[in-house]
Design a protein around this ligand. Structure first.
Ligand SMILES: [Zn+2]
Length: 80
């Protein structure tokens, strides 16, 4: 006598999360230095060197000086 409890049409328990498991991606994708195009170093990510980081930083400062700063409190986050 068979004592098994096989249910007809019984399916395995499928975990939807297991099915939709996301692909494992590296936290830091290989990225080129935005300043000179060389492979970025982890220490100075995303730049290849401290020097390039400073160059980019200087560029931002220069542009921020060139662009007239918008007056804050112009209804941007002021919901009344
Ligand atoms: Zn660089």
């Amino acid at each position: 006598m068979s004592n098994r409890q096989d249910k007809p049409g019984a399916q395995e328990h499928l975990d939807p999360e297991a099915l939709a498991s996301p692909k494992v991606e590296p936290l830091r994708k290989p990225r080129k230095c935005p300043s000179c195009g060389k492979p970025s170093e982890r220490k100075t990510y995303p730049f290849c060197s401290k020097r390039c980081a400073d160059v980019d930083l200087n560029r931002w400062f220069t542009e921020s000086y060139a662009i007239p700063a918008a007056e804050p409190g112009d209804g941007f986050e002021g919901q009344e």
